[in-house]
Structure formats: C-alpha cells, structure tokens
Write a protein that binds this ligand. Structure first.
Ligand code: URA
Length: 304
C-alpha cells in the first residue's frame, strides 16, 4: 500500500470518526466512488480523489413535544462533495522549458493529492495550488485560500484578490504575467462555523511550506512580494512585524523579497496614506524589475 493511499485512508477514517462522534450514522456515496473504492490500492485513482463522501445524512431528529418551531440547525459536520471532476485538476502548465513545465506539473499533482493535514483534506473543496506564469519575474505570496478561493481553486479571486488584481494592473502587468500562490494550499477549516476565516497554525504552515519552496525554486522569480504578516512570517521566520518590515527589501532563498500589507488590510483601511504605502512598495518592486514607470504612476495615491 503506498504512503499516499495510507494517508488518504487515515484522513477518511478520521473524518468518518469525527462525523460519528457528532451523531451522524449514514453517509451517501456516489456509485462511481464505491466502484473506485473497490479497486485494489495500486489501481486507485488517488490524484483525482478528494473524499468518498458525497453527502452527510444528518441523524434523525429526536421527537419531543412540539414547541416553537425553529429553522433547521445547520450541521457542523463538513459536507464534502466528491466531484466527478475536480475543477482545478486539469490545467496545462506551459513554460519556455518543457522540463520545468513537467516538474511543475508533477509538483502540482502531488500537492493536489496531499492529505498531510487530514482535517484540511477533509474540509477543503479544492487544493489552491497557485496560478499564473511559471516563467514570471514577479511572484506574490499570500496567506491561505478563503471561501471563494477554495470554491474556485484559484488564489486571490475574492474581494481581497480583486483588489490585488487591480494593483497588479496598475503596474502595467496582468495576473497572467505574474505567479500567485499562498503559504497554505488548503483553506483553513473553521469547524462549527458556516463562514469566516482563520490564519493557518504554525503546524499547518510548516507542513505546507515545502510545496511553496519548490514552486519558488522552479519559478526562480526576480522578486517576491509577501502579502501580509502571515506570508512574511511564513517565509522569513519570526520577523519584527509587517508594520516595521514593509517597504524594506529582504531576501528569501537568494531572491529579493518585498513585504507589504495584505490587500484585505487595505479593504479594512481605505485611507489614502495606507494605499500610498502599498503603492510605494510596488514602485520599489517595479524599479527592481526595471519596469517603465510613468509620472502618473509615480504619483498614484498622493494627496492632491
Ligand atoms: N487571502 C490570501 O492570503 N490568499 C488568497 O488566496 C485569498 C485571500
């Protein structure tokens, strides 16, 4: 039995035991998943697999005297949809170097099948590996996928992501010119909550960061922008804090790294002065990459 299959089995057993402890007695399984589960381990399509559970059947309600009727309580048990096709599985990765594209594709497939954090493997919809140009000169690193990213399998597509996209466009680049990834490839779970995010734990970060390191080593960008405290701390270790560090060049694996605020911070704090700080960090990145900078660009977010 391969390590991957054993890890997957352990994650599934742990997930089922969690459901059982919450009173769930039945789970629905799609017929094709049942057929796949019946295959010998060697033939099991592990890279396509997320969870065999399509639907959690809630425990039967205990009958009591009718009182005031309440809306049905949402189960805190994660409902994991086994998709016929995982949305982000089939992506063609291209590069000027076919060897690099092949190595990146293999790395991506490994990450997509990862179950090293069984609780995240059980709760995620997709593994949000990263997106963009693997020959990019510029790479962005964020914290972890949120709900929108988990749904779509792509980093920075929610509100903060849309702001990041706008900032990238303001430099004259597009998302397709750069590479965007996160410290964590799976959305941090929030058991018992129907919404909300939480930062990754130190254990989750340590488990996941080797994938990011391999991404960086293959892409070899000329500069990295670390977005927010978790990205800076995750890459540089205990750093003095994003407020002190932002705007000052650091080095990560021999690559210049610019720490700046996370776009979510700018959504919370829309003052011109904070926008200008982030923009000044981007101007430094543009200078490092010897990108053309117009007078208009130099003056973005300056008080008039
Ligand atoms: N915030 C992040 O840090 N990463 C994402 O992908 C989305 C939001």
């Amino acid at each position: 039995m391969s390590d991957g299959y054993r890890q997957l089995l352990d994650a599934t057993i742990q997930h089922l035991e969690g459901l059982k402890s919450r009173g769930v007695r039945h789970v629905a399984i799609a017929p094709e998943t049942l057929r796949a589960l019946a295959l010998p381990a060697a033939k099991f399509p592990i890279s396509n697999f997320q969870s065999p559970i399509t639907k959690v059947v809630p425990p039967p309600a205990i009958k009591t005297e009718p009182t005031i009727s309440m809306p049905p309580k949402k189960t805190s048990a994660p409902v994991v949809a086994a998709k016929a096709e995982i949305p982000n599985l089939k992506v063609e990765i291209t590069s000027s170097s076919p060897e690099k594209a092949a190595a990146f594709t293999a790395l991506r497939e490994r990450a997509l099948a990862c179950v090293k954090c069984p609780h995240l493997a059980a709760s995620r919809t997709t593994v949000v590996f990263g997106v963009g140009n693997i020959d990019a000169q510029l790479m962005f690193v964020g914290e972890a996928p949120g709900a929108d990213e988990d749904e779509q399998g792509e980093p920075f597509v929610g509100r903060a992501g849309q702001l990041l996209t706008k900032i990238i466009l303001a430099t004259g680049l597009s998302r397709a010119d750069v590479y965007i990834a996160n410290i964590l490839k799976c959305r941090p779970d929030t058991p018992g909550q129907s919404a909300g995010n939480r930062p990754p734990t130190p254990e989750e970060r340590a488990t996941c960061i080797p994938y990011l390191q391999e991404q960086i080593d293959l892409i070899k960008p000329k500069a990295i922008v670390a977005l927010g405290a978790t990205a800076v701390d995750g890459l540089l270790g205990k750093a003095p804090g994003i407020t002190k560090l932002r705007g000052q060049w650091q080095t990560y694996r021999g690559i210049p790294l610019m720490p700046t605020y996370h776009p979510a911070y700018l959504l919370r704090n829309q003052s011109l002065s904070e926008k200008r700080k982030v923009w000044e960090d981007f101007l430094k990145v543009m200078e490092k990459l010897e990108m053309p900078i117009s007078a208009k660009q130099r003056n973005f977010f300056l008080p008039t």
